[in-house]
Design a protein around this ligand. Structure first.
Ligand SMILES: [Zn+2]
Ligand SMILES: [Zn+2]
Length: 269
């Protein structure tokens, strides 16, 4: 029995004798099946072809980026707090060197993932760090392709984690989309870890909002307003997105608000 992994999105599946019929994550309108057709890999293969590169983004925040690109190409983050560390989002490859590097940062106390595109091999990550809980929003529970006791679903609008961290459900790109607020980040001015919503634009004073990024399907005005409203109670000056180089260095909350206004104006809402 093998836990097959979809090459295009990095989602790992419950163990089967043979490769799954298809990948529901890629068959969904928000993603796509690889241009060469559905392909599968395994963690054993990743260990031969990939490694994870760590980078200190700011004090107590380290990004984890697979090289070469794995799945969708996102990075994960280790957020350090005085009550333990949280892995924010996830990347598909995981090897001994990665576990050692995370242990040197103090290990993990919990994991949280913004949305199903980054669930990837999160159960393997949890098991490698003593079966720490994996927090996802109940609205996206149906997208968990490798069910396991470590996956903990929560409901409602916010969920406090350890060390002052808070998960905030924004909805939008996915019904259960969540972001992570880290108040101690940016030298105490606050950081938002957003995954791919809000999405940091090439002009990094701006962010954007899409229902599908690869297929360029926009979010509607009501959903965009809900994202902004859900972030209202939280102070943050800096925002990190899922992909390398994606950071709004300062004044990020105002950037989110003005970006939402611009977007809604452009779509005529
Ligand atoms: Zn897939
Ligand atoms: Zn996504």
């Amino acid at each position: 029995m093998t836990h097959f992994i979809c090459v295009t999105c990095g989602t790992q599946y419950a163990a089967t004798e043979r490769e799954p019929e298809g990948c529901p994550v890629c068959l969904d309108e928000r993603q796509y099946v690889g241009h060469g057709g559905q392909e599968w890999t395994t963690m054993e293969e990743y260990r031969k072809t990939h490694k994870n590169v760590f980078h200190e983004e700011e004090p107590d925040l380290h990004s984890v980026l697979p090289q070469p690109k794995a799945g969708i190409g996102q990075r994960a983050f280790v957020v350090r707090t005085n009550e333990g560390n949280v892995l924010w989002d996830c990347v598909p490859p995981l090897d001994g060197a990665t576990v050692e590097a995370v242990e040197r940062l103090g290990g993990l106390a919990a994991i949280a993932v913004s949305h199903p595109h980054y669930y990837t091999t999160v159960v393997e990550w949890s098991h490698a760090f003593g079966k720490v809980p994996v927090h996802i929003h109940e609205n996206d529970a149906k997208w968990v392709m490798r069910p396991d006791d470590v996956v903990k679903v929560w409901g409602g609008d916010t969920r406090p984690l350890l060390g002052g961290l808070t998960l905030v459900k924004t909805g939008g790109h996915f019904d259960g989309f969540q972001v992570l607020h880290w108040p101690a980040g940016a030298a105490g001015k606050g950081v938002l870890l957003s995954g791919d919503q809000p999405y940091v634009c090439q002009d990094r004073k701006w962010v954007s909002f899409m229902w599908s990024y690869p297929n360029l399907i926009p979010l509607g005005p009501a959903a965009i307003r809900r994202v902004v409203k859900s972030l209202e109670p939280f102070a943050f000056d800096r925002l990190y997105g899922a992909f390398p180089g994606q950071v709004v260095v300062a004044d990020a909350k105002a950037a989110v608000e003005r970006s939402a206004d611009r977007y809604v104006r452009r779509i005529g809402g």
